[in-house]
Design a protein around this ligand. Structure first.
Ligand code: 13P
Length: 342
């Protein structure tokens, strides 16, 4: 794929308020989520769980792409064709998580660096042959006293930029995900400061590695106070701080910003995305979603690992996807939750 092809895919992923389902939890992470509901975690139960989302009727109206995991991209659906084929037939673009996880950052207790650059070019080539058209790499930044360090922010930004350049070389749209975590008791202003520093370092590294901004998507956190902060923020405050931060640090050439949900519940993530889109002032990029938990949690609870619950789980997913799509267009209202459920 040339640069124009990358631009087209990036734009398609954020067209008409559509966004991305992040279904790329590692088997270990999904096993932990299943365990909370006493659901057995096997390659087959994970495949059934993923297939339930991918075959939800009409979901392509709201979901443009799905991020898969190495295990999933190699699996076949219950009807025979690969899960990748199932997605493509339903009009959904397959993507793939390609980082190898956030590991301890040497000599810096409490910080992490994302690994996976060695041999990445060859892995991307294989994934593209399997049908993937975009990829994801997640960097993890923690806020605490004295953290993050500049060393950790720069090392993660550099890895994100190397990954993004390799993706574009192999014809995949990179989703660049620097996640500032919600754990902690910091204020919203502190989150804005750290998120700004992280985005600035990331954008500079992307520029240095000659990454085409038009052919990528950014996947940041929303700017929110720490989970344990004494004072939580209103949706309007989250929108004001998030947009101010993005305007200061993200080039207008980037076609779309697809937020992660980061542990916000489904309603909160939807309300925040809507508030961000409703705020007045310049928004040169599409502001959409690439949620994992906020899109899956209600369906997972409805499913409980049981075949007889598949339909109600798909309804829960379809409803959330519809609400989040409305939020990406700034058309969501809490009343919509009920209207859209009908
Ligand atoms: P959450 O929306 O659950 O944060 O997941 C998004 C994601 O892809 C994390 O890497």
């Amino acid at each position: 794929m040339n640069i124009t092809g990358l631009e087209r895919t990036a734009e398609e992923l954020v067209a008409e308020g559509k966004g991305i389902l992040a279904a790329d939890e590692t088997p270990e992470t999904l096993t932990k989520r299943f365990a909370q509901l006493q659901i057995d975690s096997t390659p087959d139960s994970r495949r059934i769980y993923r297939e339930m989302f991918f075959t939800t009727p009409d979901v392509a109206e709201f979901i443009s792409g799905v991020i898969l995991q190495d295990e999933t991209i190699r699996q076949k659906s219950s009807a025979g064709p690969s899960l990748v084929e199932v997605l493509m037939r339903n009009g959904i673009i397959p993507g793939i998580k390609v980082d190898k996880g956030a590991k301890g950052f040497a000599g810096r207790p409490g910080e992490r660096i994302t690994e996976g650059l060695d041999g990445l070019g060859d892995r991307l080539k294989e994934y593209r042959q399997m049908g993937a058209r975009f990829a994801k790499w997640r960097a993890v930044i923690h806020i605490a006293e004295g953290l993050p360090t500049t060393a950790c922010v720069r090392a993660n930004a550099h890895a994100l930029a190397r990954y993004a350049a390799l993706c574009q070389e192999q014809g995949l749209v990179p989703i660049v995900e620097p996640e500032v975590m919600m754990e902690g008791s910091h204020t919203i202003l502190r989150c804005e400061e750290v998120t700004g520093n992280v985005l600035q370092a990331t954008v500079e590294a992307l520029f240095e590695q000659n990454v085409s901004f038009e052919g990528m998507l950014l996947k940041p956190n929303m700017v929110v106070p720490g989970k344990d902060a004494q004072r939580q923020a209103s949706a309007r405050e989250v929108a004001l701080h998030t947009l101010r931060c993005l305007r200061r640090h993200v080039p207008a050439a980037v076609p779309g910003i697809v937020f992660l949900s980061g542990g916000q519940d489904a309603l909160t993530a939807t309300t925040h995305l809507n508030a961000i889109n409703q705020l007045a002032g310049p928004k040169p990029w599409k502001l959409s979603f690439s949620f994992g938990r906020a899109l899956q949690d209600e369906a997972l609870i409805a499913w409980q690992g049981k075949e007889k619950n598949v339909q109600s789980a798909q309804q829960a997913f379809s409803h959330r996807a519809r609400c989040v799509n409305a939020a990406a267009l700034g058309d969501y209202a809490s009343a919509t939750e009920g209207d859209l459920a009908a």
